[in-house]
Structure formats: structure tokens, C-alpha cells
Design a protein around this ligand. Sequence first.
Ligand code: HEM
Length: 400
Amino acid sequence: MPTTTVHDLDLPGYDPDGLDRAGRLAVLGAAQAQHWLVRTPLGFGVTRYADAVALLRERRFHSALSLLPQMQGVEGAEIEQRRPSILSMEGDEHTRVRRLVSPAFTPSAAGRLRPFMAEVIGELLDGIEDRHECDFVADVCDPYPIPIICELLGAPRADWQRFSHWATEIFKIFNQNLAEDLPAIEQASGELEEYVTALITERRADPRDDLLSALIAVEEAGDRLSTDELVMLAEAVLMAGTDTTRNQLGCAVALLLSHPEQWQRLVDDPGLAPRTVDETMRYLGAVQGTVRVASEDIEYRDVLFPRGTILFVSLATGNRDPEVFAIPEAVDVGRESSVPNLTFGSGIHYCLGAHLARGELQEALALLATRLPTLELAGEIEWKPENFGIWGPARLPVRW
Ligand code: HEM
């Protein structure tokens, strides 16, 4: 078949503006049945699982996360000139950093933090148990991941609040209101950098059993990670590991309580927590998509993507692909699947913290089902606005 330039294809259109999540999934689902690509106002969208995986593994498609500020109309901002994050590094530079940090993110490394995770979620449940109702987002999801990232990095309990504040501020980068949010983002990022640089100096003098010490040890075994790279990694872990996890926990609990029979299955058998985590991530992922840019002219499936083409890879739609997941519209906490869901991404940028995040979610759901088995919705769930960032419930009223 002759190659057609993507711009010349006859494709279904997709404009997310004004649509809620259900509306977006409905339009994208219909488009998915028609074609593996859709035309969006800012580029092209990838609708099907197999193509999402193939294109995320195609190394000539580069992460376009660093282009998000420009896409939002902010030019020349200081934030664009800062050191590259692992999330936007490519080629040999990315391979090298990823190889150096991977040993700190294995299943066994994540496993060592499990008792701490159980302790943190246990304390949060202690704080609400006697109240018999709460906003699950504010009382449990929001505070949960920060202590774990702090423990991972080696930052003391006294600094949890500061990390929480920095994470919230820096995450405004995804709020599509960058022109206004930029000063707050830059201030938080500067403070975090100062803090982590000081912590690195401390750990150099006095290594401990934490991520920074492990990464410093790597650095000092040869010409390895520079101080700048260590700061970047600490920032990346905080950025990538907090809002994602708290929103994913909110999505999971919202979904389970909206399907009480599935919640009951977990209550009856908390051993289902690992599958429940995977199924809730598939059905209601906190990260709905990611974005790539063609670094050169690329041909795929007889389609030419000229250099500079922007691709939005819809993880949410891939997760509902009927070619891959049987009866994708059904929530089944016991679902067996031979392939992973896409919510952790795929390819070289596949989530570095996936084992850690799975551990956090599994510990939280298993303990929740054991300690608050009568948990139920106590009102309407309010959802965060739909945008390209990380998404989940804004308010999740529950009682037990
Ligand atoms: C449920 C929670 C989480 C979700 C849904 C999630 C999702 C993702 C996704 C989709 C990507 C790939 C982005 C892309 O391809 O453009 C990613 C990358 C990443 N995640 Fe996560 N993540 C979660 C938790 C975490 C945690 C707990 C950590 C840290 C400890 C973490 C650290 C990272 C890092 C460092 C990257 C960049 C990897 C690279 O570019 O090589 N994530 N995550």
C-alpha cells in the first residue's frame, strides 16, 4: 500500500472541549471502532491499544511533555530552560539515566517500603475511623503518597507538609493556566531544588538506607549521576509519584463504591487487591493519555508522520479496546488479563514507579476493605475538571 501523509487521511474528528469524561470516552470509543487515529485540534490521537503500545515503543517519537508550555501559549518561560527531566529525555541520555536509577525501583525495592505504606494508610484510617463519614479525597488520598515519597528519598516527617505544598504547586504546570500559575510553580521548584541539594550534601557526608544515598553511591562509583541529575530525579519522583497515586486511589475507591458488588468482592477476599488495582487502573486511570512528537519523518502502518507531528496517545481508550479486553465496559475486580493496562504507559518512559505505585494502591485497598468493610458513597462524587493532566475525584463523600 502506498504511504499516505497523516494530514491527508480521512479520519474521524475529536474535540474534547466541553465534554466530560464519559462524553470523551464515548466519542473516542466510536472513533476507535472506525480508525486507529483521530484528528484533534492540536494534533492526532491514537485510539487503539496495539498502536498505542507500538508508537510509545517507537523511539523516534519523543516525549512532548516539555512542549506542553508552548502548546498552552507560554513562550520563553524559565521553566522551559531548566534541566531536562527524565520524562522528557531521549536517546542515549535517557538510556543512561534510566539504567542507573532502575535498580532503586525494582519490585523488591518497592516491597521493602510496604510495611511503611501499611503504617501510613493505617494512621490515616485511625484518624477517620470514629467519624463514620469523611471526604475520602481530602482525608485519605491527598495525604497518602507524600510520606512514602519522603521515606523513599530520605526526608524526615517534619518536612512532609513542605513536600506536599511543592508537589501541589509544581503540578499546576498541567492545569492549562500556565501564564498565571508560572510564578508559583517556579518558586516551589526553586525551594524544592534548594532543599534537595542540601539533603544531597547531608547524604554525601552521612549515607543512609534511602534513594538519595543509593543514587549518590552510583554517582561516586564513577562518572555517573551529577548533583544536577540527582536533583532532577528527586523532583521527578515527587512530581510523578504523588498526584498520580492520590488521584488513582481516589479513582479506584470511587469506581468500587459505584459498583458495590465489586467492593463486596474485595471485602470478602482482600487477596483480590492486586487484580483490583489493575482493573481500577484500566477502567478509570488517573493518567488518561500522554503526548509524543515525531523527531523525524516516521512511517508506521503505511502512514507518514512528518517531523513535528504531535501525537496524543489515549491510554484511557486503549484500556477499553475490545480487541484486547473482553467486555471492556464491565468492571471486574477479578479480571485476568494477559497484557498490562496502559495507565503506566509503555516503552522507554514506562512508569519508573509502577511497582511502588502498585504497592501503595494494593496496601491501601486491602487495608480499607478489611477495616471499613461497610464503606459506601454518602453523596455525589465531584470530579476534577477534564484536562490533559492528572485526573480523579475532587470530592468523594463516603460513610461506613
Ligand atoms: C498510580 C500512580 C501512577 C501512574 C498512573 C503513573 C503513570 C505514569 C505514566 C503514564 C508515565 C509515562 C509518561 C509518558 O510516557 O509520557 C510515567 C512515568 C514516570 N513515572 Fe509514574 N505513575 C504513577 C506513579 C509513580 C510513582 C509512585 C513514581 C515514583 C516513585 C513515578 C515515577 C515516574 C517517573 C520517574 C516516570 C518517568 C520515567 C521515564 O521517563 O523514563 N510514577 N508514570
